[in-house]
Design a protein around this ligand. Structure first.
Ligand code: ZN
Ligand code: ZN
Length: 225
């Protein structure tokens, strides 16, 4: 099996092995999980490159660090030393920048200097990883295990569904579209039920699986970066 497809299958299997009550884990998009793991590996390799490769050092400095979304992944790298070395340098850069910012026109200059920043290096990796996993999944939808897991689980988030549909052969794309329509319709029913049960007239009714639909929905309806 192609390595990226294998990673997606592993993510699917881990989700289905999670406890039934842990719906937030069970319902995660397998491409999201694989992309996240790939980005964390990428950030870890930045730490090494930062020390060993002058060109990478220039690039990381030019980006000025990570965007807030990817900065949150830093603890998941488990590399406190690597992060400290990189951020010691970025902090130097921030000090230098602040020292050179005249206060009177500070705001204007800050906006201007931010425009020159390179894109967050993890964002670049994320786009590459998303395309790679979507392509692998599109080519692997006919794999019986992959399809069964997709059917049984929450399926894909809307961003990764779109990417996969674009890359999949017509027949499998139609099958996937059908499957995901069912999943989205089921989610809609759950959300409506949750809204209904918040009404004081029905408050006495017991909650079912729709209880955490509001927590699962943002993992399903994702906004492309
Ligand atoms: Zn996703
Ligand atoms: Zn980023």
């Amino acid at each position: 099996m192609e390595p990226s497809l294998k990673e997606i299958l592993t993510a699917l299997q881990q989700a289905s092995a999670a406890m039934p009550e842990d719906r937030a884990v069970r319902m995660r998009c397998p491409v999201c999980i694989s992309v996240r793991a790939s980005v964390i590996r990428g950030i870890k390799s930045h730490f090494v490159e930062f020390i060993n490769d002058p060109e990478s050092r220039v690039k990381l400095r030019a980006a000025g660090g990570y965007c807030p979304q990817h900065a949150e992944l830093l603890p998941s790298t488990g590399d406190a030393l690597g992060a400290a070395i990189l951020y010691a340098d970025l902090t130097d850069q921030a000090i230098e920048k602040l020292q050179n910012t005249p206060l009177r026109s500070g705001l204007l200059r800050r906006v201007a200097s931010q425009k020159k920043l390179q894109q967050c290096p993890a964002c670049l990796q994320q786009s590459e990883a998303e395309a790679r996993y979507a392509l692998a999944l599109a080519a692997g939808l006919n794999n019986r295990e992959v399809w069964q897991e997709l059917e049984a689980g929450a399926g894909l988030c809307t961003t990764h569904l779109e990417l996969t549909l674009q890359a999949a052969p017509a027949e499998t794309a139609a099958k996937l579209k059908q499957l995901e329509l069912q999943k989205l319709q089921a989610l809609k029913v759950e959300l409506e039920e949750a809204v209904r049960k918040h009404d004081y007239r029905f408050k006495h009714e017991a909650w079912g699986p729709e209880k955490d639909a509001w927590l699962r929905a943002p993992g399903k309806i994702t906004r492309p970066k």
